[in-house]
Design a protein around this ligand. Structure first.
Ligand SMILES: Nc1ncnc2c1ncn2[C@@H]1O[C@H](COP(=O)(O)OP(=O)(O)OP(=O)(O)O)[C@@H](O)[C@H]1O
Ligand SMILES: [Mg+2]
Length: 574
């Protein structure tokens, strides 16, 4: 995990090194202060030596300023390095997720990907900032304080030998109790984010089904779960300060007791005793900070692992080594294709599919919901890969094509297509970024999108709100069809893409496609018989299998499922 994350430090290596360097300087200088104060008391104040006091005072002032400057430098560099590191982590994850196949995304779930890019990265950022500053400072302070104490009074320093292990053991116990809470808290965050995401994205459904209260309860539950765990973890952590106070008081008492005896015996100066107090405070403080850092590191190790999992995930669909960069025609062949979404699924999503589609042919696909119509067409642009058997486009296995070439030539209007925030034109240009205004107009006319776009106040420059909320369902479908047409594909797949368009307009779109794109193979999935009845051939899907293939008339004649759907829809019209 560390190796994976380390790669994202990149251009922030310099700051990451400067921070500990500045901290080192800061600690060494800062630790001289108690020593100098002791010397100032013993040699200046107690002896009434004014010039000595002035000189030592000045030196103290200079040292304090230098230590402050070094401290500020360390803070700056550590914050800068950690923020940069976090930005790189987010970027690396985001770029990598772009290469994910649908299978990879299914595996992580999109809300978990969002949590990983936000909350988890924040945790790692905080820890990294600690790691290159406080985590250097605390052990350094510990070591320097012990060395300075040894210089002043080796005998009094023995107190630390007794007290420090007791302190470490108590702290370790507290950490051990608190650690198991954090992974649970993270999973709680995942769940809460999922609730929030679902709610915000589906706010229209929430309102129409009057689910506000149920949703609020769901949110309260997931948020309360996090609160409860956090509160318990905090309660345990608050024992920390009690232990620190207790140990600190005991050690100060011990130093007082033994120190006073040494002063009486003449082997210690009063100023030295005061220095010893400061160093003993530093020792325990550093141990306390180390304990806190350790806890934070354990917390963010969980986050780090979640981030590394994303960065190390191998895209399940990758470009072949010597990819084909040209698709000659729109022929599609399914050759004994089998496919499952998950290896443990009981049923095959595609079960021994054999189908040959000629270039320029129009194929209709119909079948009950869940009969794998969308799954079938997802194989053509390699949104998923087959488990066995092969899908061939224009004579070559889809796996041998360059992915971009393949997907440019196989345009799919997905069932749940979305528009992105930006203008309508920008959205259309997803199909072809170099499309001219004329090409955009032609495509929009074929998709019957031009009639409503040209009536909008800003026409093609109209802003599409997030998720396309200011555009009706049928309009959105027509824009997504136009967007697909701009690719000038060899194969065009419309997955229930005109379900929200009225049947009259739908027929016009179909006719426009037939006259303007005669060479393009058209695969039209629909629940409506009228949408596919004019197709050259119709495929009837049932439970992942091709149940029948034929023309409308043939199927009406011989296929019970098809003719019952046709009869039902005919009756509905009346
Ligand atoms: N991403 C996925 N992960 C796991 N299972 C899936 C996934 N997508 C679809 N399935 C399952 O595969 C089967 C076929 O789904 P598919 O979406 O292909 O059906 P469909 O015929 O297009 O249905 P509809 O008419 O409702 O669009 C269903 O049982 C579905 O639950
Ligand atoms: Mg579907």
């Amino acid at each position: 995990m560390i190796n994976t994350l380390r790669k994202s430090i990149r251009q922030y290596k310099k700051q990451s090194l400067l921070s500990p360097l500045f901290v080192t300087g800061e600690v060494i200088i800062e630790m001289l202060i108690p020593y100098l104060v002791g010397v100032l008391i013993d040699n200046g104040i107690l002896k009434g030596n004014m010039p000595y006091i002035t000189r030592a005072g000045l030196l103290l002032l200079i040292i304090t300023v230098v230590s402050l400057v070094l401290g500020a430098g360390a803070s700056y560099f550590s914050a800068h390095a950690a923020a940069g590191f976090a930005a790189n982590l987010r970027k690396d994850m985001f770029y990598h997720v772009q290469d994910f196949s649908f299978e990879n995304i299914d595996k992580f779930s999109s809300s978990s990907l969002v949590t990983r890019m936000t909350t988890d990265v924040n945790n790692v950022q905080m820890s990294y900032q600690m790691l290159i500053r406080i985590a250097v400072r605390a052990p350094m302070m510990l070591i320097v304080s012990i060395i300075m104490s040894l210089i002043i009074s080796p005998r009094l320093s023995l107190i630390f030998v007794v007290i420090a292990p007791v302190f470490v053991i108590l702290m370790a116990l507290i950490i051990k109790c608190v650690n198991p809470y954090f992974p649970k808290i993270f999973r709680g965050y995942d769940r809460m984010n999922q609730v929030v995401r679902e709610n915000v994205r589906g706010i229209r459904e929430v309102k129409t089904y009057v689910q506000e209260e149920a949703q609020t309860v769901k949110f309260k539950k997931s948020s309360g779960f996090i609160y409860k765990l956090f509160a318990t973890a905090q309660k345990i952590m608050s024992l920390n300060s009690m232990v620190v106070m207790a140990v600190l008081s005991i050690s100060n008492l011990a130093i007082c007791w033994f120190g006073a005896r040494e002063i009486v015996g003449g082997s210690l100066q009063p100023g030295q005793l005061i220095s010893m107090f400061s160093y003993s405070n530093s020792v325990l403080n550093s141990l306390n900070i180390l304990a806190m850092i350790f806890t934070q590191l354990v917390v963010s190790a969980a986050s780090g692992r979640r981030i590394a999992d994303v960065i190390n995930e191998k895209p399940s669909i990758e470009n072949p080594r010597k990819p084909l960069k040209h698709v000659t025609n729109g022929e599609v062949i399914f050759d004994h294709v089998n496919f499952k979404y998950n290896p443990d699924d009981r049923n095959l999503a595609l079960n021994d599919i054999n189908l040959k589609i000629e270039p320029g042919e129009t194929i209709g696909i119909i079948g009950k919901t869940g009969s794998s119509k969308s799954t079938l067409v997802a194989m053509i642009p390699r949104l998923y890969d087959t488990d066995s058997g092969a899908v061939r486009v224009s004579g070559h296995n889809v796996k041998s094509y360059d992915l971009k070439t393949l997907r440019d030539n196989v345009a799919v209007v997905l069932q749940n297509n979305v528009l992105f925030s930006g203008t309508i034109k920008e959205n259309l240009k997803w199909g072809n970024e170099n499309a001219t205004d004329e090409e955009i107009l032609t495509a929009s006319k074929i998709a019957h999108a031009d009639d409503f776009i040209s009536e909008m106040p800003d026409q093609y420059e109209t802003i599409v709100e997030q998720g396309g909320n200011n555009i009706s369902g049928g309009q959105k479908q027509r824009i997504t069809i136009a967007r697909a047409l701009l690719k000038k594909p060899k194969i065009l797949i419309l997955d229930d893409s005109t379900s929200a368009v009225d049947t009259h307009t739908e027929r016009e779109i179909r006719e426009a496609l037939a006259t303007n794109m005669p060479e393009t193979t058209k695969i039209i999935i629909s629940q409506r018989i009228v949408s596919i009845k004019d197709a050259d051939r119709i495929v009837v899907m049932d439970e992942g299998k091709i149940q029948d293939i034929g023309t409308h008339d043939e199927l009406i004649e011989r296929n019970a499922l098809y003719s019952s759907i046709a009869k039902f829809q005919e009756e509905q019209k009346k």
